[in-house]
Design a protein around this ligand. Structure first.
Ligand SMILES: *Cc1c(COP(=O)(O)O)cnc(C)c1O
Length: 415
């Protein structure tokens, strides 16, 4: 979906100067939009005991994390490096949820030392750890109505979570090992745009939590309903109604736990930052190869989603309005035929030198970048609330690319 009118109004007048000062391509994020989205989410839960933990993997730039922390957000981390990033911007005990999969003991220990709320992804792991955290939570393996959407894979082969019928036993094990506080975690969605379905999935987790707590004779301090809310990538997609989503969650909590009951946690990433970022690049090669092609100076090293999932990202040419429309493949420079931002996309006739904006890159964009083929990751900029532009990560260089090479080994490995 095209960037919000507010982001466009603030960004577009600055673009000519920005592309003169910073080489394209770069991602730029709207600080105001990110904070406003977080605040609206918190408002939607009203007086209910609720906290949102931003899924760090969506946009792991410390400048963005610091902004969210200042707005009261916690962090959802799934690796040791993400825990360290969260700590680096000041996250304290209780400000981190650690929801990992196939976890190494060392990562678990780091998360425990950071005072994170840890979700155990499998029951066997409980036996391996030397010391339990203060609060023990298990992840529910996806099953039933809401399991198995395309991005999550099939429920029968899910690698995530503890099967529902083993959960009560898992909590009993934890009790036997001395655990006294408990949470539960469930996440069965990915990029879900249907508000009703998202709310039913969350209600499912709450209902299962109430039943398991009853069976295991424990009290739940929190229910974490995960992330996975979608954003409207396509122009005709409808956004999630977050207020309705929150109201249904509150209603489900009252239905299954009565007044009071556990705190509700979310660990949402994409919905918070996704719409508030764009990738700015330039057309460098307009050519015809049976079909029309516009080659950008960005490639899938800056944004992997179209190539990886065939994901749709809106593309606009801000200075090409009024030109005749045509259909174009918009491609990157990688030696991979799937390095395309769009296939057969209707656009005003692009010309060499045109700026091209790829929209909705604020989540799982730069973060999924890579350096295959020596195509390096671009800079990240932030448009601050006050309207300044700050570089929050520079573009990678040859020196970064080779920083981990043991050049001195040439003496032993060279001919
Ligand atoms: C990826 C992930 C999230 C965040 O997902 P979004 O789609 O960005 O909201 C939250 N929790 C877990 C366990 C995840 O794997």
């Amino acid at each position: 979906m095209p960037m919000s009118a507010e982001f466009a109004e603030r960004l577009l007048p600055l673009l000519p100067d920005l592309v003169a000062s910073y080489d394209t391509p770069f991602h730029i994020y709207d600080a105001r939009g990110i904070v406003a989205t977080h605040e609206a989410m918190v408002r939607a839960f009203g007086n209910a005991a609720y906290r949102q933990y931003f899924a760090v993997k969506a946009l792991p730039n410390p400048n963005v994390l610091a902004l969210l922390r200042a707005a009261g957000s916690g962090f959802d981390c799934s690796s040791a490096v993400e825990v360290r990033l969260a700590r680096a911007v000041g996250a304290q005990a209780g400000d981190i949820v650690f929801t990992s999969n196939n976890t190494a003991l060392s990562e678990y220990r780091l998360a425990r030392a950071a005072g994170a709320l840890i979700t155990f992804d499998d029951r066997s792991f409980l036996k391996k750890v030397d010391e339990l955290p203060e609060t023990v939570a298990f992840r529910i393996s996806p099953s039933g109505l809401t399991a198995g959407c395309a991005l999550m894979g099939s429920a029968a082969h899910s690698k995530f979570g503890v099967p529902v019928h083993e959960l009560a036993g898992a909590y009993a094990d934890a009790v036997a090992r001395g655990a006294r506080r408990f949470g539960i975690h469930g996440m069965t969605l990915a990029n879900e745009l249907d508000t009703g379905r998202a709310a039913r999935a969350a209600a499912d987790v709450i209902r299962t939590g109430a039943r398991i707590a009853d069976e295991a004779g424990i009290e739940l301090a929190y229910v974490n309903v995960g992330g996975g809310l979608g954003i409207p990538y396509r122009e005709d997609d409808k956004p999630i109604d977050f207020t309705a989503y929150a109201e249904e969650i509150i209603a489900a909590k009252e239905e299954y736990f009565g007044a009071g009951g556990p705190r509700i946690l979310t660990e949402i990433g994409r919905y918070v930052t996704g719409p508030h970022g764009v990738l700015v690049s330039r057309v460098i090669n307009r050519c015809r190869k049976g079909h029309e092609i516009a080659g950008l100076d960005a490639s899938m090293s800056s944004l992997m989603r179209p190539a990886l999932y065939g994901a749709y990202h809106h593309i606009s040419l801000p200075y090409a309005k009024g030109r005749p429309l045509g259909r174009f493949d918009v491609v990157g420079a990688l030696c991979e035929n799937l390095d395309k931002f769009a296939i057969d996309r209707e656009l005003p006739e692009p010309r060499d030198g045109d700026l091209a904006i790829v929209h909705d890159t604020g989540a799982h964009g730069h973060a999924m970048g890579f350096t295959y083929n020596g195509r390096l990751r671009p800079a990240e900029l932030m448009l601050t609330d006050g309207g300044d532009v700050v570089e929050i990560r520079r573009a990678e260089t040859y020196d970064d690319y080779t920083a981990t090479v043991r050049w001195e080994a040439l003496a032993r490995t060279g001919a």
